[in-house]
Structure formats: C-alpha cells, structure tokens
Design a protein around this ligand. Structure first.
Ligand SMILES: [Zn+2]
Ligand SMILES: [Zn+2]
Length: 559
C-alpha cells in the first residue's frame, strides 16, 4: 500500500498520532495492520488568546479520511472531551463504527443526537474488561482508574506484536466510583510480551503518586465541618467520583447537595443510567437552595476554570437567578488550574472575594486529586509491563520528556517521543519514524472547519491588534479621483478618522498621479498605490500598521 508517497507493507504495524502528542488535548491515534486502520480516541482542545474567535479545535483527519475504505472503527478509551469531543465534528468524514464502554457510549450518544446523526452511526458497546475483534485487530479493554467512570487501557494485538495503549490513568486503590485498576490483567498482559507501551505523560513530571479519591473524601468531610454558612464547590462535571465524594462529605455534615449547571445534571443522568451514584442521596435543584438554611446546603457548580458563561461566574457576578453568595460563605475549587485559564479563574475568584466569600484552593487544603499518573505510578507501569519500546503521548514536550526519562530509568530498551503526524513503524522490537503526514489542527468556526494555520486566523489576529481602514475610491476618466474617497476606520481611534476624512483625497490623488494613464487602467496598481499612501500616513500618525482595504469603482467603463 502506498499512501501519500509512503510505502506501507500490509503486515507493518504502524502507529500515527494525529493529535495529543506535544500538546494537551485533541487526542487522535491511528494503528495500521494487515492493510486496515483503527482510530483510538477522537478529542478536542480549546482555543487560547492567540486564536481570536476560536473556542474548539479538532485534529485534521485528512490522512485517514483519504483511506476511509480501510478504516474499520474508532475505539474510545474513555469519555473526556479530549478523547470524544471531536466525534460529532469529524464522524461524517470518517463514517466508521465507534466502540466504547456503556458509560462513554451514553456520552457519545448525546453528542450524536445533538448533531442529528445518531441513526447513521453504529455505536457498539463493549463491556469493561473484555476482548473483541475489529478486522485483524485483536483488542482488549483493561479497566484502570482516572477521573471519569470506565477509563480503559487498550491492548492492540496485531499478529505477533502487542501494543499497550494506556489511555488516561492513575493508580487509585479507592476510586469511589468503579473498581481499582485490573492488576491481574496487567500482569497477564506483561507475561505475553509487549512490543510498545503508548502512555499518558500528563503528570509524569510530578513527584510521588497522584493520590486517591478515597483520601480526598475524608479531607472534604473535615473541611465541610469547619463552616456554618453556604459551601460552594466548583469541579468538573465529568468527575463523577468527585460528585460522590462531595455528596458523602455533605451527608456526613448533614447538608443537602444542589447541582447548579446543565452539564452537571446531564452527567448525573448519564451516571445513573449506567448504575453509578445510585448510593448517594438525590441531588436537589438550584431552586430548592433558597428554602434551606445556609448551614444545610452544599452547592456544586460548573465554572472551575473561570468560564464566563458557567454557573460560578454568574454567581460571582451576582447575576445567577437562584444562587447568591455573600460574606461568610465559602467556595472550594475542587479542581486544578488548567494552564492558560489562570487569568479567567483569578477574575472569578476576585469577584467572589469582593463579595466577602472565602476561597479555598488546592494550595489551602487537600481539595483535589488529579486523574493522571505521577512519577511513581509511571515507574510502576513500566516495571509491570516491561515493553520493548516506550512511546510517551498525551502531553506537551516537557511532559513527554518526563515520561521518557522515567522509561530510561526503568531501562526500557527504546524510547521514541512522537510528534503529531509521525508515521511510526513498530517491528521486531524497533520503532522507526518512516514519514510525516499532515497533522495540523482544525478550528471549529461556526458551521465550518478551517485550518488553524490558515490566512483567516492570521487575518483575525491582525485585525484584532492593529484595527482596519476601509476606503472606496471613485475613478473617473484618465483614472483620476472623481470626488473624495470614502474612508471608514475600525479600531484605530477617532482622531485618525477625522484626519483621514480631511486628507485622504489629497493623499490618494498624489499617489495616483505618480502612475501613468496605462498603469492606472489596472485596478491592482491603483489599489497598491492607495494602500501605500494610507500605510505611510498611519505609520507617521499612529506608529501602527492597520489592515487596509481599498475598493475601486470606475465611472468610465463605457468608454
Ligand atoms: Zn481523561
Ligand atoms: Zn485525556
């Protein structure tokens, strides 16, 4: 098989990360064997302040889309957005079945309903800790622990070779929801000989172990007991175990728990649908909070990352229809600050502080545990699995490096830190990058997907930082200005508008005069000359370089 000029033998075992390597988010990994492909995970990531107007990014699937007749399925490790979020945006371009455990399938199903494509998608539910086959791929899910129910590592067996794709995981002997990781299955996997371990690097740079949800529960119990007024807790809706920990800590302190935010109710519904959270007292609605004394309520809300439209932001603004917090109330941030969100989080925290609300974060008390393995857990996994090759993924460069140095410490014979787009051949215990394919991010821009590296996004950045000037010029006979040009300035200041209104005619006429009549007959020449004139003016007056757009209207076309 030859794809984009790359020769791939049918029996080559190939790994291609198209997202999630050297970045956090947007996980998309491909495996090839026997002429067929599967995708493992299909997630999104979020825009930052270098991407104006961009909320959501998805991986570029064009490499695999070009061979969709050989694409057999999307296997999903767990239900976090960085693993399932891109399914509704990209499924139509891939058109293959999706395999996941029931809890994750419930989340995916809701996304497909929203997109109006549920009837067309074959969504196959696979029980946790089970084996299944997709074409030539013999697959097995091994249950692990993380920060959402039903996280799985995936065993990908291709002929003689076995890959252990960990997905997101940590070691938690007391996860509160679900079982501890299946250590027996890991040992049995190791005994079969693993060619490569493709593993989560997110927290590999952190010392020790990540910590257990069970220990957090007792910490929250103690914390809740110290307060007599309202307690708010901000956390990720998908952290079902955390909802349980908060609910149990509240029960112990004789408090009812309200869920505030649509995504929390949706997650509660999905959890119950799949048999989770059935042992906690029913959550109450935000409307009920007002009927309870302050010391009888805990409010779980969305918005731990400072999202402006989430419940916590609205509570901080005092614009929430049902919930208000005041002096003596407390808000616990039971989450980590995702890099890039610090300012937004501070904004919300400052507003709460202004209202006299006490803020408690990870720095003040044990209120959060991560879902990813720290140093000692990564060591444990390498020592248990003993792969021939370590391939760190799911992290920025520094995270991959930390994972790689642990692999080195554990004497893994070969370590390969991949980049998105690397086509990696895994054979007889050797990994080798044989080519690179396109693996840029695509921006979800309203109803279209556009490349992040496109002129559209570059233009937006330029418009955002320098403003813009539009001008229409009417050219009469001989190509000279027929009346004053019209100028509109956006985002460059009122003074420049006034100055241009007065001077633009002279500026442009002077510049057009430098062109011969033959040169003036081409719009392009006139546009360049006028752009130059305004550019020079702006540099002199403003010391800036706004985007300039010139439209030419000719009145002498009949002649
Ligand atoms: Zn995850
Ligand atoms: Zn993840």
């Amino acid at each position: 098989m030859e794809i984009e000029g790359i020769k791939i033998n049918d029996n080559d075992l190939i790994f291609v990360p198209l997202g999630g390597s050297n970045e956090i988010g947007m996980n998309m990994n491909l495996y090839h064997f026997s002429g067929k492909w599967i995708i493992v995970d299909l997630g999104i990531s979020f825009g930052d302040d270098t991407m104006p107007g961009v909320d959501v990014l998805v991986p570029d699937p064009s490499f695999i889309e070009a061979q969709r007749e050989n694409l057999l399925g999307i296997v999903v490790t767990h239900g976090h957005e960085d693993h399932i979020g891109a399914i509704p945006y990209l499924w139509e371009r891939l058109g293959c079945p999706i395999f996941s455990t029931p809890f994750t399938a419930s989340l995916i199903r809701r996304k497909l309903v929203e997109k109006g494509i549920l009837e067309r998608v074959k969504l196959v539910e696979i029980n946790p800790s089970s084996k299944f086959e997709v074409g030539p791929f013999k697959l097995e899910l091994i249950s692990l622990t993380h920060s959402i129910p039903e996280p799985n590592g995936l065993v990908v067996e291709c002929g003689e070779q076995i890959i252990w794709h960990t997905g997101d995981w940590k070691l938690d002997p007391d996860p509160q929801v679900g079982q501890p990781g299946d250590m027996e299955a890991l040992k049995s996997l190791a005994s079969r000989g693993v060619t490569a371990m493709v593993s989560d690097s997110t927290n590999a740079h952190m010392a020790g172990t990540t910590g257990s949800e069970g220990a957090l529960l007792s910490s929250l119990e103690t914390l809740f007991s110290q307060y007599r007024k309202k307690i708010g807790v901000a956390c990720f809706a998908s952290n079902v175990a955390r909802l349980r920990s908060i609910a149990m800590a509240a029960k112990k302190n004789d408090r009812h728990v309200a869920l505030v935010g649509r995504s929390l109710w949706r997650m509660y519904e999905v959890a119950k649908e799949n048999g989770y959270l059935l042992d906690v007292p029913d959550f109450i609605s935000e409307k009920d909070v007002g009927f309870l004394p302050d010391d009888k309520v805990v409010i779980i809300c969305t918005g731990s990352q400072g999202e402006p439209r989430a419940a916590l932001s609205r509570i901080a603004d005092d614009s929430h229809p049902e919930i208000s917090l005041a002096g003596g109330d407390v808000v616990i941030f039971s989450s980590r600050e995702i890099p890039g969100n610090e300012k937004a989080i501070s904004r919300v925290q400052n507003k709460l502080l202004d209202r006299g609300v006490k803020i408690i974060t990870e720095q003040d008390h044990h209120v959060h545990v991560s879902g990813h393995p720290a140093h000692d857990e990564v060591v444990f996994m390498y020592q248990t699995i003993k792969p021939d090759i370590a391939i760190p993924v799911h992290g920025e460069k520094k995270h991959l490096r930390a994972n790689a140095s642990i692999a080195k410490l554990c004497q893994i014979p070969q370590i390969l830190m991949p980049d998105n787009g690397n086509v990696i051949r895994l054979c007889s215990g050797r990994a080798e990058v044989i080519a690179d394919v396109k693996a840029d991010a695509l921006v979800v821009d309203g109803k279209q997907l556009i490349p992040l590296a496109s002129q559209t996004i570059k233009d937006r950045n330029k418009l955002l930082h320098n403003g813009s000037i539009f001008s229409s010029i009417i050219l009469g006979s001989n190509g000279s200005c027929d009346g004053p040009p019209v100028v509109t300035c956006l985002g460059v200041g009122a003074g420049i508008q006034v100055a241009l209104d007065q001077q633009v005619e002279a500026l442009m006429s002077d510049e057009i005069e430098t062109l011969s009549p033959a040169e003036r007959s081409l719009d392009e020449n006139v546009i360049n000359a006028c752009t130059k004139a305004i550019k020079r003016f702006c540099r002199r007056q403003l010391g800036k370089n706004p985007t300039i757009l010139i439209h030419i209207i000719r009145t002498d076309l009949e002649e």
